[in-house]
Design a protein. Structure first.
Length: 369
């Protein structure tokens, strides 16, 4: 059996329960997707090569599949968590064509000077799209990577998954909006620098290189942490079982995950939950598997949960497939389940500002009239 998560409260919770509880208040995590921004005018930009190799991606997929395993319900593999992590690590590609360990406009000059050479000559960063040749396409791709990059924050307001509603008639239409989540919000200078620190570490941004906060946080220098963590997994797997991590038995994979740096396992765990519960536009939560596991309907706009208002009865017209637009004031008290109450009680009592706090049980959903 896969080992349970090391949850930091005194409850006997399964991995699945932790995910369900952890989704409280989560609507959609806005983190990087793998798609490029729409190309601007001029020569077409080639795709920027993904950060993880196929072998590394297989290792990550195997690891997250032990953190959120497939049992009677789908897990991280089915939800595409590894693809989410690939997208996260591939955002803002590090274009370092002049080999100075910085991302600046000087890299464009270096790429221009190296056009027509192969990727192995000099710094590999000049071959932005990874096709083995440095040419005009790499220069255009570098511009996209530097000024626009891959989407960090999806746009809005509509995902394109829900149709418009005819609220006057109280009916669903068959007209869908453009999926504007795919159009990213451009990063300002500070946001771009912050994400550069997150992905490449403080040393890549001279403005914060000496700031201790920029070097000590868990969510910084992610590319190095993943590259080192994957290498450690593979080294340990070969030492213990003489095979690649993705090819050993699940119980042996669990053993490896207990032997490597626990900080990397924690990082994998956090990103597994993100990849399971994020909006599908960001590469994970494939087929909305994660949302189904935690009982979240997902975005409902522009259709919403109601299809108009009936003036004679003064009642909203509910959607037949989602009749949960409002609480019923006349219903009996409905409390959370015992596991949820236990979780909320722990959260309340762990608040150092309220040492004697207790979560009320039963907690009623009814609304006073």
């Amino acid at each position: 059996m896969a080992r349970e998560l090391n949850v930091r409260f005194d409850l006997s919770l399964t991995r699945r329960q932790v995910l369900r509880l952890g989704a409280i208040g989560t609507a959609a995590l806005a983190l990087p997707t793998r798609r490029l921004l729409a190309q601007r005018g001029g020569a077409a930009a080639g795709p920027v090569a993904p950060f993880l190799t196929a072998v590394e991606l297989a290792t990550v997929d195997a690891a997250v599949s032990r953190i959120i395993p497939t049992d009677t319900l789908p897990g991280a593999h089915e939800a595409g968590v590894a693809d989410y992590i690939q997208g996260l690590l591939s955002a803002l590609p590090f274009v370092d064509a002049n080999c100075d360990d910085r991302r600046t406009a000087a890299d464009f000059t270096a790429i221009a000077l190296r056009q027509g050479t192969n990727a192995e000559a000099g710094c590999r960063g000049a071959d932005v799209n990874g096709d083995g040749v440095v040419n005009a396409t790499d220069l255009r791709s570098a511009e996209v990577a530097f000024f626009a990059a891959r989407p960090i924050f999806g746009g809005g307001p509509f995902s394109g998954r829900q149709p418009f509603g005819d609220f006057a008639a109280g009916q669903v239409t068959d007209v869908f909006p453009t999926p504007s989540f795919d159009n990213a919000i451009p990063l300002n200078r500070v946001q771009r620098l912050a994400w550069t620190v997150r992905l490449d570490g403080a040393a890549s941004v001279p403005e914060v290189a000496d700031n201790p906060l920029a070097t000590a946080l868990d969510e910084v220098d992610l590319r190095r942490k993943y590259r080192d963590g994957i290498a450690e997994i593979e080294q340990m797997s070969h030492e213990q079982f003489s095979q690649p991590f993705a090819q050993i038995a699940p119980e042996d994979q669990d053993t490896i995950l207990t032997l490597i740096n626990p900080d990397f396992v924690t990082l994998l765990t956090n990103h597994s939950v993100e990849g399971l519960l994020c909006d599908p536009a960001y590469g994970g939560n494939r087929d909305r598997i994660g949302w189904q596991l935690v009982g979240f309907d997902g975005d409902s706009q522009p259709l919403g949960y109601t299809l108009g208002f009936d003036e004679p009865t003064q009642q909203y017209i509910e959607r037949a497939d989602r009749p949960n637009s409002k609480p019923n004031p006349s219903e009996d008290c409905h409390s959370f389940g015992s596991t949820m109450i236990a979780f909320l009680t722990v959260v309340a009592t762990n608040d150092l500002t309220k040492p004697n706090a207790r979560f009320p049980s039963p907690f009623c959903f009814e609304v006073s009239t």
